[in-house]
Design a protein around this ligand. Structure first.
Ligand SMILES: NC(=O)c1ccc[n+]([C@@H]2O[C@H](COP(=O)([O-])OP(=O)(O)OC[C@H]3O[C@@H](n4cnc5c(N)ncnc54)[C@H](OP(=O)(O)O)[C@@H]3O)[C@@H](O)[C@H]2O)c1
Length: 308
């Protein structure tokens, strides 16, 4: 009996530990506009729900409009007076990103919070419409182009924040400049890690370039979260099912994104990495300015843009 109670206590403690940090800020976002990519499910959906409940106008950028509208309807049901809109954005297609940004800039006057959340993990070898390897294309290059197209609006709306959802997986990544698109050899796990390291390096370089603009950019690890992210990997899906009780719920996983977007104490903090609503360390390969600059230049070249 005593052993049973101890075991139960241990499980409850583990669950509490797994839940991670909570964003305690009560900041209101009335009059503010937030844009969240991949907001129709998982961490993005919970982030959208929270920001809407703080009074923000929240734009859900989704590749599947129907799924996006279902999420928007659910947010409206749960938050009285929620201002939620859905717009089509496929990060695997630069034409879609450009069309999205063009309409956004025409119709939306301010942007205070941009959350680069959408992501793919461990998919079979696939290329985006522009021929980029899918992880690099969606997780890094798609968001790079989106941010580039919206940076002027963010600056005009300052104070503003860019939040980049990366992962602890960046520790296991390195940028394979000699074969960025994994054409020589492909490992879906390593391709994911490379793209998440690219998120960290992008944040580092962008924060330098935004100095003095009152626009900050930070990156984060949400924790290990029960979401649809593992949909492409049978092994990961099985592991996530087996250990599901020790994983964060999407709501728990959204806490650090929300923290980076609203916490008052972060108003002038930029170029940092967070986990469980607290500062977190960055892998050595994510702290290299030379690699960050090189990746920036290569990304501009691939996307055919000039971003000084
Ligand atoms: N879950 C975790 O344990 C974990 C851990 C570390 C980091 N992360 C990061 O957290 C972020 C959110 O992941 P999640 O766990 O919430 O996964 P999720 O439930 O699979 O959500 C991913 C979102 O990204 C969207 N997306 C995928 N490809 C897209 C594209 N080409 N264009 C536009 N949107 C696209 C998905 O849309 P569809 O529904 O239409 O596919 C979905 O809305 C990702 O960046 C991920 O790398 C998650």
């Amino acid at each position: 009996m005593k052993l049973g109670v101890q075991a139960l206590k241990l499980v409850l403690y583990s669950l509490k530990y797994a839940a991670g940090g909570v964003c305690l800020s009560t900041a209101r976002l009335d009059g503010k506009t937030a844009l969240i990519t991949g907001a129709n499910c998982g961490i993005g959906r919970e982030t959208a729900l929270d920001l809407a409940s703080r009074g923000a106008r929240v734009i859900l950028a989704c590749r599947d409009i129907e799924k996006g509208e279902e999420t928007a309807a659910e947010i409206r049901r749960r938050v009285g007076g929620a201002q939620v809109e859905v717009r089509e954005l496929d990060l695997a297609d630069t034409c879609s990103i450009r069309a999205f940004a063009q309409r956004f800039l025409r119709e939306v006057n301010h942007l205070h919070i941009l959350i680069n959340n959408a992501g793919v993990m461990m998919c079979p070898y696939m290329k985006t419409a522009d021929g980029f390897e899918m992880h690099l294309g969606v997780n890094h290059l798609g968001h790079f182009l989106l941010t580039y197209l919206l940076i002027g609006l963010l600056k005009r709306s300052a104070p503003a924040r860019v939040v980049v959802v990366s992962s602890l997986a960046h520790y296991f990544g390195w940028i394979r400049f000699h074969d960025l698109h994994s054409q020589g050899s492909y490992n879906s796990g390593l391709a994911y890690c490379q793209s998440k390291l690219a998120n960290v390096l992008f944040t580092r370089e962008l924060s330098h370039r935004l100095t003095g603009s009152n626009v900050t950019v930070n990156t984060l690890h949400p924790g290990t979260v029960r979401s649809e992210l593992v949909r492409h990997s049978t092994v990961m899906s099985l592991l996530f099912t087996l250990f599901s009780m020790f994983l964060k719920t999407p709501r728990e996983g959204a806490q650090t994104s929300i923290y980076c977007a609203v916490a008052e104490e972060l108003h002038s903090i930029s170029g940092k990495h967070f986990s469980d609503c607290a500062p977190a360390s960055i892998a050595p390969q994510g702290r290299c300015d030379e690699t960050a600059r090189k990746l920036w230049d290569v990304s501009c070249e691939l996307l055919g843009i000039e971003w000084d």
